[in-house]
Design a protein around this ligand. Structure first.
Ligand code: ZN
Length: 433
């Protein structure tokens, strides 16, 4: 099998096993564990050693892993990379069951900016985590849960009742984007909740033990290769689990030599990053401070390393859409399978400048990987990402990159079969410098 196909299939398996950000972080932690990284706990003291490899999670939904060179004297700076593990979806509200005619709907609210129509008429399920009370002690614990069955559908209104639907329909989330859960006759008459029963069963606890939940919908569609030569991939959550997988895989497999290497996977990018565990939190600063203190490194030495360091912020990029070439910049035309994309924006929504772009180009050259460039068409407002949010906490030279894709924020997105392997090669070159 060709190497790029093997890597793409591994990446698609990672996405399949990551139906929520909590699962993505658990799977990333599993990859680090398998490579001999030691788990740290934010609630306990850290005793770090030079030459060590560590990772720490926050809120079960963000992770920072780092690898230390053999000796402080070898260190020339920090090599950081960051990506985000959340994707647009719907969050299950509290008390979600709602009787509507002969059906029970599940009350959900949008999380992030998805393409609404792509979530309709396809099988959906639920994954996330619960907080529950342990039976004898009453202690609170969290547990990941995946209902892992075809459970829900958000049905469209038929064209006969909505003649204008093909003229471009606006969906109202509270009215139109509510999934069908069960037939009303199946509803429990008094007390009890069939929804909580199913969640409890999947988690292996009793419904009354569940005191809180963070549960999200996910599309049941499994990632696959397609195209006449299988040159494309179709999968939920390519933005940004394709980058998450590329960073975690490359970072976990190489030993730090002259740079302290760090990989940060943040939650909540799709809703602005402003949470306890998002890129706009102190998570990265806190990890750097505790690392420095545990190793006995002076504050000014850490500042030297930051100044000599680099952040590669990796969040997927728009390839030129073949039916809408006019939406793309006239001279920067990323394509699927063309390799990692450097993203530029004069207003600094993307942090890249001439020097950091040159640093990324130089490492792609050394890795034997092509790279492409993205700039917004100036008449089309673009998106934003986590690079400039992260650098507002740890000010470090930074470059924004991503892998080229189509249909960003659709329930299933399209990418290139070769791009994941190219990203891994470039990032391995970076982390092993
Ligand atoms: Zn993204």
């Amino acid at each position: 099998m060709k190497e790029e196909v093997k890597v793409s299939e591994e990446m698609l398996r990672f996405i399949k096993e990551s139906p929520s950000s909590y699962h993505a972080i658990a799977n990333a932690a599993g990859i680090y564990q398998a490579q001999g990284f030691t788990a740290l706990d934010e609630k306990k003291a850290w005793k770090l050693k030079w030459g060590g490899k560590y990772y720490v999670t926050r809120n079960d939904s963000s992770l920072i892993a780092f690898c230390l060179p053999e000796d402080e004297k070898l260190v020339k700076g920090l090599h950081l990379a960051a990506a985000h593990c959340d994707s647009p979806t719907f969050k299950v509200k509290e008390n979600p069951e709602r009787k509507a005619e002969a059906c029970v709907m599940l009350n959900v609210e949008p999380y992030g900016g998805m393409i609404h129509s792509t979530w309709l008429d396809r099988p959906l399920s639920i994954a996330g985590r619960i907080a529950y009370e342990k039976q004898k002690t009453g202690e609170l614990e969290t547990k990941l849960v995946n209902l892992d069955e075809d459970l829900l559908v958000i049905p469209n209104l038929s064209i006969h009742m909505n003649r204008d639907i093909n003229k471009g329909a606006a969906y109202q989330p509270q009215t139109d984007l509510q999934p069908l859960f069960t037939a009303a006759s199946e509803e429990k008459k008094e007390g009890g909740s069939l929804f909580l029963e199913l969640v409890a069963k999947a988690a292996g606890v009793k419904p009354e033990q569940i005191l809180g939940h963070d549960l999200f919908l996910y599309a049941r569609e499994e990632g696959r290769l397609f195209g006449a030569k299988k040159e494309f991939i179709l999968s939920p959550k390519l933005d940004d689990l394709q980058c998450v997988y590329s960073l975690v895989k490359s970072h976990s497999e190489v030993t730090a030599k002259k740079y302290v290497t760090l990989c940060a996977i943040f939650d909540n990018e799709e809703v602005g990053s402003g949470s306890n565990q998002g890129a706009d939190s102190t998570f990265l600063e806190d990890v750097l401070l505790r690392m420095r203190e545990s190793l006995g490194v002076s504050a000014s030495k850490l500042k030297e390393w930051i100044a000599a360091g680099l952040l590669i912020s990796a969040d997927n990029a728009h390839a030129v859409h073949p039916c809408h070439p006019e939406k793309a910049d006239p001279t920067n035309r990323p394509r699927l399978n063309g390799g990692p994309v450097i993203k530029f924006n004069s207003a600094q929504k993307y942090t890249t400048d001439g020097v950091t772009a040159a640093r990324f180009r130089s490492l792609c050259k050394r890795a034997g990987v092509p790279c492409q460039t993205y700039v917004n068409n100036s008449d089309v407002a673009g998106g934003s990402t986590l690079g400039n949010i992260s650098t507002s906490h740890v000010s470090i030279p930074s470059v924004d990159i991503g892998l080229p894709q189509l249909a960003m924020h659709s329930a299933v997105e399209t990418g290139g079969t070769q791009d994941t392997l190219m990203a891994i090669k470039a990032m391995k070159e970076y982390f092993s410098e």
